[in-house]
Design a protein around this ligand. Structure first.
Ligand code: URA
Length: 239
């Protein structure tokens, strides 16, 4: 059983501001288990009670799960004294849940960002022990060869002495500027850029396209986001 104030539940579920929902409750627009409830501070059981407001059933949710196509020039945090954050792109309803990005993408990296308030899932996905795949599309200034593929497969010695886990480099095109799909299972600071840097080349564009079972929705423009489907949530939670 989980009890919450009626006005808090209604406001959190996007019915209106706390002030607006208090007025709706007072006006008799809200029923709890079939009975009109005029006290905003009434404690409802969010899992069991049937709350109807203006004829519409209000279903309480504790967690939200969003995927965003992160745009360039925004930082992946909830607040920052100087920079714009991805959370600023969320509408009030979603922001109300106090979600945060799961892991960080660099300011100039685009692509898949999972944003949720489910701390357990976030912890799970970020745990090094869980070895969750992160796949990126990279444009690389330099000519990629099969030797680089093999080096990635053995793990790369970074400039600070850390030897990465084996990673996958799949060459899409090779030339003076190459493109590749790179899959890593860690999340060290600037990891992809540093791995490519250790081969003597530079990443000039980076976009995350997958995290574990979650694929970037290609229909999302940079800066757009949507809620995950039930199937996507199930895939993430059941891993
Ligand atoms: N690796 C990087 O270098 N940058 C990112 O944003 C993500 C992975």
């Amino acid at each position: 059983m989980r009890k919450e104030r009626l006005d808090k539940v209604l406001a959190n579920m996007g019915v209106g501001t706390r002030k607006e929902v208090k007025e709706m409750v007072k006006a008799g627009m809200v029923t709890v288990n079939g009975k009109v409830m005029k006290a905003s501070d009434f404690k409802v059981d969010v899992e069991e009670d049937e709350i109807i407001c203006g004829g519409k059933r209000i279903r309480y949710r504790e967690f939200i799960y969003l995927q965003m196509n992160k745009p360039k020039d925004m930082v992946s945090s909830t607040d920052d004294p100087r920079e714009s954050t991805v959370v600023e792109l969320l509408d009030d309803f979603h922001r109300n849940f106090r979600p945060f990005p799961v892991g960080r993408l660099d300011k100039d990296t685009e692509g898949l960002l999972l944003i949720t308030n489910d701390g357990k899932l976030a912890h799970d996905l970020l745990s090094p022990k869980k070895k969750v795949d992160k796949a990126y599309l990279a444009r690389i200034e330099g000519r990629l060869t099969e030797e680089h593929v093999e080096e990635f497969g053995r793990g790369i010695l970074l400039e600070d002495g850390y030897h990465t886990l084996p990673a996958e480099l799949r060459i899409i095109s090779s030339g003076p500027v190459s493109t590749a799909e790179i899959t890593i299972q860690e999340g060290k600071y600037h990891q992809v850029k540093r791995m490519v840097g250790a081969l003597g080349m530079r990443v000039s564009y980076l976009k995350r396209i997958r995290m574990g079972p979650l694929h970037l929705d290609q229909s999302l423009e940079p800066g757009q986001y949507r809620e995950l489907t039930e199937e996507e949530i199930r895939l993430l939670l059941d891993r």
